[in-house]
Design a protein around this ligand. Structure first.
Ligand code: MG
Length: 294
C-alpha cells in the first residue's frame, strides 16, 4: 500500500489516505479506520491487514492524485527523527577528504536526530534564512517507519518491526552543523526534513538493502547510490537503536546518505534560492522541493 496524508483543498483538515491507481481515498471511506497514519500504525498489523483487504478500489468520486496536496505522511512525529551519519563508505570517504580527517570505518553507527518541527511536505518549499546559513546541503535517505514497538530487537527479527519506507531529504546547514559541534541544530531548521510522498508498506519492499537512491538539483544528478552500500543495514540499525531504548510505533529513522553531497564536491556546492531539489528512491517514490531564501 502507498499511504499518504493529504488535503483535498487548503481549508480541509489533513487526512490519512491510500493511493489506488491515480486516485486518493481517505482511509475512513473504507470503514472505521483512523484519520491519521500515526494512529493507523499504532493500531498494529491486524488493522493494517484489514485496511489492505478493504481498500482495493477507490470509491467513485475519489480525487485524482494531482488534485490533492500531499503532506508529509507523518506531519508531526512524536519524537525526533533518528538519523545515521556516515552510513555509506563512499560518503564517509568524501566527508573525510572534505574535512581533512582520516577515513575510519565506524565500528558503531553515528546517531543524531532532527527536531520534529523540521518535517516538511514532499512538494513544499524549503524556506531558509540566508543570514543564518550559507551552506544548505542535500542528503537523500531511505526513511524507515517503525510499525511495532520493541526493545532489544535482534537483527534477525528487526524487519518485522518495520511498518514501511519513505523518501527523506536530510537537509543540512553545514555551517551550523560544524559550528555547534553537535549536528542537532544544523540538521533541525524548520522545513529541513522533506518526507514522502507516501509510506510504502514493508510488504512491498522485501529487501530494503537493494534500493537505488538519487538526488537531482535543477535536474542535474548529484547523488546516485544504493542501499546495498549501507555500512549498517536497516535491520542492524533497528537492533542497535533498540538495545536500550524502546523504539515505538511511528518512530522515523533516516538511514544515512550516499556520496555526492554538496559540501564534499570540488568546489563545494550549496543550495541557493530558486534551486529545485529532487530526491527519489526506486520502488518508493520521489519528492521535489524548491529552495526559497526568505
Ligand atoms: Mg543524513
Amino acid at each position: 500500500m502507498r499511504l499518504v496524508t493529504f488535503q483535498s483543498n487548503s481549508t480541509n483538515e489533513p487526512k490519512a489516505g491510500i493511493v489506488l491507481g491515480d486516485r486518493v481515498a481517505a482511509l475512513t471511506a473504507f470503514g472505521p479506520f483512523p484519520e491519521t497514519l500515526l494512529e493507523l500504525i499504532r493500531q498494529g498489523p491486524a488493522q493494517c491487514q484489514r485496511l489492505r483487504q478493504a481498500a482495493a478500489v477507490a470509491p467513485a468520486g475519489s480525487p485524482h492524485l494531482e488534485d490533492v496536496t500531499l503532506l508529509a505522511p507523518i506531519p508531526r512525529p512524536t519524537k525526533n527523527i533518528i538519523c545515521l551519519g556516515l552510513n555509506y563508505l563512499a560518503h564517509a570517504d568524501e566527508s573525510a577528504r572534505a574535512t581533512g580527517a582520516e577515513v575510519e570505518l565506524p565500528e558503531y553507527p553515528i546517531i543524531f536526530t532532527k527536531a520534529p518541527t523540521s518535517v516538511n511536505d514532499p512538494y513544499a518549499d524549503i524556506i531558509f534564512d540566508p543570514k543564518l546559513t550559507e551552506k544548505l546541503d542535500w542528503e537523500v535517505e531511505l526513511g524507515v517507519i517503525v510499525g511495532i514497538t520493541g526493545k532489544g530487537v535482534s537483527p534477525e527479527r528487526a524487519l518485522e518491526h518495520v511498518f514501511g519506507y519513505t523518501v527523506i531529504n536530510d537537509v543540512s546547514a553545514r555551517d551550523l552543523q560544524r559550528r555547534h559541534s553537535q549536528f542537532f541544530l544544523g540538521k533541525s531548521l524548520d522545513g529541513a526534513c522533506p518526507m514522502g510522498p507516501w509510506i510504502v508498506t514493508a510488504d512491498e519492499i522485501p529487501d530494503p538493502q537493494n534500493l537505488k537512491l538519487r538526488t537531482y538539483v535543477n535536474d542535474v544528478m548529484k547523488q546516485n547510490g544504493s542501499t546495498a552500500d549501507q555500512i549498517f543495514s536497516v535491520a542492524e540499525t533497528i537492533s542497535v537503536l533498540s538495545r536500550g531504548m524502546t523504539l515505538e510505533a511511528g518512530d522515523v529513522i533516516a538511514t544515512g546518505t550516499p556520496e555526492g553531497v554538496g559540501f564534499a564536491r570540488i568546489p563545494p556546492e550549496y543550495l541557493r534560492d530558486g534551486d529545485v531539489v529532487t530526491c527519489e528512491i526506486e520502488g518508493i517514490g520521489r519528492i521535489q522541493n524548491r529552495v526559497v531564501a526568505a
